[in-house]
Write a protein of this length. Structure first.
Length: 408
């Protein structure tokens, strides 16, 4: 059975034009995937955000480009969204752990906060448990990390890449006073990344943006293979830059045909049998087939020497099991010799699951992105009798897998 499978093997590229901050990352992803807006906002609110705060993605333009800008702030002056507050890492962690976040999202949010805490502790020479987070500890920045964690988790499994990062320049006024750009913690988080100086000063990458990049561990370009573009999104920051949009662009891809396949080498053992009874040969080949290194055993009728009816036996084996399986073939059959060769094979990526009735299911993503699922024949045979009952059980198990895939 086949179903549309739009979330397969994705890759996302970040074009860091104006810069990257947590809110820009969320805005760009929401612009590309508007279906994720409502659940993303729900995740942010479940982290303990007061009801008086506003969380929304606003349509925006910058230098003629259209996209979205995130608004995460209090609607009352008594709860300012900005400012340099004093928050200890241990307190922030406890706040997140006591929230209503789903466990996978919580784990990613904690990882993002921990990355910043470890870096700040290194900068200031203190223990990570006692480090004080200032700008990053503010509630709006914490919401940025929760929103980013939700999006990363929802889009997983996914690979990421990034363009070179703008270095910026000048100084910023931080909780510890005047600091050069990039800020010390940001610079440490981004060690190993490629930078360019585009001549535009200012803080182009915030600590939250740097933590997201560090966490994603992006490559410098798309992985090998063919990819199909599935969407793009623009997220804007609040600052206005000279001569360019303060924009982060995301480009979303699905794996093309070659990326849906994996290629590997196998050993092929081949020999001819014309002097072994069919009953005994079947027993011997079952023994060969049961070995862990054996991938497939083929038995092909053939006219052998002296006009005898015989069988060409092909055994496809994982390379590291070639010699051991050859010994088993000599032991279980009457052959006195065999040919072997190494061959490349391509396979669709596959997964194994089980239906609620205990029937094993094999699924594979086809080159056009559809998901095909097939029930295990042995499980069907053990669970049902008669053609009609087996067919009904097979259809039920495969339909269940299809329904689950559509829900996912």
């Amino acid at each position: 059975m086949t179903t549309n499978h739009p979330n397969s093997s994705a890759h996302i590229h970040l074009d860091v034009l104006g810069g990257i901050a947590g809110d820009m990352f969320i805005a760009a992803m929401i612009d590309a995937r508007p279906d994720l807006l409502a659940p993303c906002i729900a995740a942010i609110r479940s982290a303990g955000l007061p009801d008086t705060w506003i969380v929304e993605a606003q349509a925006a333009t910058d230098k003629g480009m259209t996209g979205h800008r995130m608004r995460i702030e209090s609607d009352t002056p008594q709860q300012p969204a900005q400012g340099h507050s004093h928050h200890h890492y241990s307190d922030i962690r406890r706040t997140l752990e006591g929230s209503g976040l789903a466990k996978p999202v919580l784990a990613r949010a904690l990882d993002l906060v921990h990355l910043i805490a470890v870096t700040e502790a290194q900068v200031h020479g203190v223990d990570v448990e006692n480090v004080a987070l200032h700008e990053v500890g503010d509630l709006d920045s914490l919401c940025d990390m929760v929103g980013a964690a939700f999006l990363i988790e929802t889009l997983s499994p996914c690979t990421w890449s990034t363009s070179p990062l703008p270095v910026g320049g000048g100084f910023i006024q931080a909780a510890h006073g005047r600091m050069p750009v990039p800020a010390p913690a940001t610079q440490l988080l981004l060690e190993g990344f490629g930078f360019v100086d585009d001549g535009v000063p200012g803080e182009r990458i915030t600590p939250t943006g740097a933590a997201i990049l560090k966490y994603l561990n992006p490559s410098s370009g798309l992985p090998e293979g063919r990819f199909v573009s599935t969407g793009t999104g623009q997220g804007f920051g609040t600052r206005q830059l000279e001569g360019m949009a303060n924009m982060l662009r995301v480009r979303c891809y699905e794996a093309g045909m070659s990326s849906r396949m994996q290629t590997e080498q196998v050993a092929v053992l081949e020999f001819v049998i014309d002097d072994q009874t069919p009953e005994d040969l079947a027993i011997g080949l079952d023994t060969v087939r049961a070995h862990d290194h054996v991938l497939e055993v083929l038995q092909i009728p053939a006219m052998a020497k002296k006009g005898r009816m015989g069988h060409v036996i092909q055994v496809i084996v994982a390379p590291d099991g070639r010699e051991l399986v050859a010994e088993i073939c000599f032991r279980e059959t009457t052959t006195l010799g065999m040919r072997w060769r190494m061959e490349n094979r391509s396979m669709l990526r596959r997964s194994a699951t089980q239906s609620s009735s205990g029937i094993g299911l094999k699924s594979a993503i086809r080159p056009d992105g559809t998901l095909s699922t097939k029930a295990e024949a042995d499980d069907i045979a053990n669970a049902a009798s008669g053609h009609y009952e087996r067919e009904q059980l097979r259809r039920s198990a495969e339909a269940e897998a299809t329904s689950k895939d559509q829900d996912d």
